[in-house]
Ligand binder design. Structure first.
Ligand code: PRX
Length: 559
């Protein structure tokens, strides 16, 4: 049996796709690792073909590709069915004039059609922009406008949150129901798959920076080799696995490790609709006998806080559990060890990095509190403010040697914002602070900027502040992440009021709802505090978020 000590947990004996981490690190090459993918042979590829069609061509058409669960609804699709549906969607997109390189957005709940739309767009060489289902008008508009999206796939409910008149580039909105009902002649299109260059764009995810509007992180088709290899070794997908990633494809975890990586490795995936409820989640694992489960610390903490409900379900099918997005508390690892008999494997990466960079592999010892060790083929550096590497044990900027296949291709429309990640020659600088111990394990310390991480979701303070000051009562706003035991951080806004407005509970609630209804629920401040004035820099008058954060943290300490 594996050892549980407070500092380390040895792996559970078993057979894993990668058994010899230390040996492999010396011999690893990305080209070898991805040689099963078609561009290794032809130089051309298509990520959607690699993800689904390849398995059908190899004789796995009858294998179950997905289980869909939403309340009482259950659906099941084979690889063949996913391919056929994707082809149909691709034909409909083509009939609307979608061409290689066009940006096509998907704004759908977590349904099979959401996944299929993304694949169809990529199959015909266009760039897929998945949007998170809870986005409101402003968030939808900003993203589509930024990269001049031309087509949007949505449904008859969510379309109400698409301000079409304010998005001049958007010429077509397609309702999934209509796509399903369209009759198209499939005989004419022997070349549905657009074979592209590995450097051609395929996926754009918008993510927050600490300043300015969200950035459009563009990934090229080559990213699939990173998805494939990390799916094989970190997710440890094997043929009889039932794999569930709880994230929505509008977030990068939901697309990379919810769709591409598991399907590239021929997993049967689970797609769950509806909101979080501990009973439903446990029921889903119990009923579908989920074997691999990928979620986030906030979700684990919420489950942990529900206590005994876990006892009502048989969760013994779980063999491999992973976490991402925010620091994973050791207490959560011990809880899973006691309640489920498995370890939780933390993983670290970012929207910009395209795939896992620091990982805990299933065959290796984990150290609770650490994000793990560098993925094979990845070199971590902890840098000082001059870009020099610091000795082991010192806290500094977490950086990665460039390049690797998953690294983003560009930030849409902004070379400056892209270049900011590469300020030291030969390094990608993450914006996180961390240290690495003598054994190579990396420990997260904090962000090096004002970015907020609430429930694993990356929230840019600027976007929230901009929305706040659109409210007639708000003069100025400074937004920070306030430490929170369940969500990691919660969004807290400090504001000043315009003359003529007086603070009241009703007014603050109105302001909060204003942000929620116009931007997104997860970005709406859970706390709003009115100050007489906000701390600012003397020269430029910029609001000092760090000072606001210190104020908040000192208060928590003195309580
Ligand atoms: O601060 C780090 C945090 O999330 C940031 C990346 O956010 P995003 O692009 O939304 O991607 C989230 C999932 C890929 C990082 O800069 N982060 C991510 N994973 C971890 C983490 N913080 C601590 N521990 C992690 N395992």
């Amino acid at each position: 049996m594996a050892v549980l000590e407070k500092e380390i947990i040895a792996s559970i004996p078993g057979t894993y796709n990668l058994e010899n981490y230390d040996e492999l690190r010396h011999t690893f090459s990305w080209d070898d690792a991805a040689k099963e993918l078609s561009f290794a042979k032809t130089g051309k590829l298509n990520a959607a073909y690699e993800t689904i069609d390849r398995h059908v061509d190899e004789g796995y058409g009858n294998k179950i590709a997905l289980h869909y669960v939403n309340g009482d609804e259950r659906r099941l699709l084979t690889y063949q069915a996913v391919k056929d549906k994707t082809d149909h969607y691709a034909r409909v997109l083509k009939s609307h004039g979608v061409k290689k390189g066009d940006r096509v957005f998907v704004f759908l709940p977590k349904t099979p059609e959401c996944y299929i739309s993304i694949l169809a767009i990529i199959k015909i060489g266009a760039i897929a922009g998945p949007l998170f289902e809870a986005f409101m008008e402003e968030a939808v508009k900003d993203r589509i406008n930024d990269c001049k999206g031309t087509v949007l796939i949505t449904d008859n409910e969510m379309v109400k949150r698409v301000p079409q008149k304010e998005i001049p580039s958007l010429h077509t909105i397609l309702d999934v129901e209509d796509i399903e009902n369209t009759i198209i002649d499939s005989k004419k299109d022997c070349d549905l798959v657009e074979w592209v260059d590995p450097e051609d764009g395929m996926l754009i995810h918008y993510t927050s920076g600490s300043t300015g509007k969200p950035k459009g992180v563009l990934h090229a088709h080559r990213v699939v080799s990173h998805h494939y290899v990390s799916g094989k070794w970190v997710l440890d997908v094997k043929d009889d696995d039932v794999y569930w990633c709880t994230s929505h494809p509008g977030w990068v975890t939901g697309s990379v490790y919810g769709l591409f990586a598991p399907w590239l490795n021929r997993a049967t995936i689970v797609i769950q609709g509806g909101r979080f409820k501990a009973e439903n989640w446990y029921q889903l694992i119990h009923e579908l006998k989920v074997t691999i489960w990928y979620s986030a610390p906030t979700a684990f903490r919420m489950l942990l806080s529900q206590g005994e409900v876990i006892k009502n379900y048989d969760l013994s099918s779980l063999r491999h559990v992973l976490s991402v997005g925010e620091p994973l508390n050791p207490e959560v690892i011990y809880w899973a060890w006691e309640q489920l008999g498995v370890r939780i494997h933390d993983t670290w990466w970012m929207t910009e990095t395209g795939g896992h960079l620091i990982v805990n592999l299933p065959a290796e010892t984990i150290k609770p509190g650490s994000m793990g060790r560098p993925f094979p083929g990845i070199t971590v550096g902890i840098l000082d403010e001059n870009g020099r590497e610091l000795p082991r044990g010192s806290v500094g900027q977490l950086a990665i040697r460039t390049p690797w296949p998953g690294l983003m291709k560009e930030i849409w429309g902004s070379k400056d914002r892209f270049d900011a990640y590469f300020k030291y020659e030969g390094w990608y600088v993450s914006g996180d602070l961390a240290y690495q111990d003598e054994d190579g394990y990396v420990f997260f310390q904090s962000r090096d900027d004002d970015m907020i991480n609430s429930a694993g979701e990356r929230i840019g303070p600027f976007e929230v502040e901009s929305k706040l000051i659109e409210h007639p009562a708000v003069a100025e706003a400074g937004v920070i992440g306030k430490p929170d035991p369940i969500r990691g951080e919660l969004v807290k806004a400090f504001i000043t009021l315009r003359p003529g407005f007086t603070e009241s509970k009703e007014l603050l609630e109105e302001i909060r709802v204003f942000v929620r209804n116009n931007l997104a629920a997860h970005a709406a401040p859970r706390e709003i505090e009115v100050l007489d004035e906000l701390p600012k820099t003397v020269i430029s008058g910029k609001i000092l978020r760090r000072q606001l954060k210190e104020l908040e943290i000192n208060r928590t300490k003195s309580n």
